[in-house]
Design a protein around this ligand. Structure first.
Ligand SMILES: O=C(O)CC1=CCC(=O)O1
Length: 252
């Protein structure tokens, strides 16, 4: 599987991988790149089915998506890295923490789903809708879950950047990742995680509500939990300074 990625920061700095949310590309990390690339060799990648990565026919599994990241490390001859993921990228991070502990130092997982809390059928239905009608069918509803109205009103260009990523994501890639999210349950392995994990949840996250993230912090040994107030799902956009500070503190 060929994953597209973009590297910033010094070649000799510790490596930090960035995994993005469903229907977006590595470009969604724009609000973090300056801060993180001062300290890290940042590798922001596109999940399979997203951006310029390959988009084979699905369904995909969380093992496929996590395995792609391990393969990327192998291809780049990187023995160990730290990892930041948001949403779908956070689920991939949980899988990596459980299944590839010897390849990672630390994890920061923002609004991560660990299981299909709204039911597997929701993801099956969404996959079918996107295969039939394209990502246009889910774009505006997604944006309304990801941004609070006051942020969307104040920052229309940022919202539009994410809109364009959703609209141009491969329908097959998006739908196949929905199937991965609908079929996964990462809860049984949480207690075996050994890496230091920062979990961030947003008080008004309609996509991955705090009540589904807070229990993860109880189950992951030593996990640190941050709950952001007045925030929806895309905390990297609405709270960039707070997020960047949390990431730098946890990862360095
Ligand atoms: O689409 C959503 O609102 C929910 C979501 C789950 C994983 C992800 O990246 O977004």
């Amino acid at each position: 599987m060929r994953l597209n990625y973009e590297t910033t920061g010094p070649d000799d700095a510790p490596v930090l991988l960035l995994g993005s949310s469903l229907g977006t590309t590595h470009a969604m990390w724009a609000p973090q790149l300056d801060a993180l690339s001062q300290r890290f060799r940042v590798i922001a990648f596109d999940h399979r089915g997203h951006g310029d990565s390959e988009a084979p026919d699905g369904p995909y599994t969380i093992e496929d998506l996590g395995g792609d990241v391990v393969e990327l490390l192998n291809e780049l001859l990187i023995e160990r890295a730290s990892y930041v993921g948001i949403s779908l990228g956070g689920a991939v991070g949980l899988w990596l923490a459980e299944n590839a502990p010897d390849r990672f130092h630390r994890f920061a997982l923002l609004c991560p789903p660990a299981y299909p809390a709204a039911g597997a059928q929701m993801w099956t239905d969404r996959a079918a809708q996107v295969r039939a009608e394209g990502t246009k069918a889910i774009t505006e509803a997604t944006l309304s879950r990801w941004f609070l109205p006051e942020y969307a009103d104040a920052q229309p260009a940022a919202v539009d950047a994410i809109r364009q990523q959703l609209l141009t994501t491969s329908p097959e890639g998006y739908a196949s990742c929905c199937e991965a999210l609908g079929a996964m349950d990462l809860r049984p392995g949480l207690g075996d995680i050994t890496a230091p994990v920062l979990l961030v949840t947003a008080e008004s996250d309609a996509s991955i509500p705090p009540e589904t993230v807070i229990p993860l912090a109880m189950q992951i040994p030593g996990a640190h939990l941050e709950i952001l107030e007045s925030a929806a799902h895309l905390v990297t956009y609405s709270h960039p300074d707070q997020i960047n500070q949390l990431l730098l503190t946890h990862l360095t």
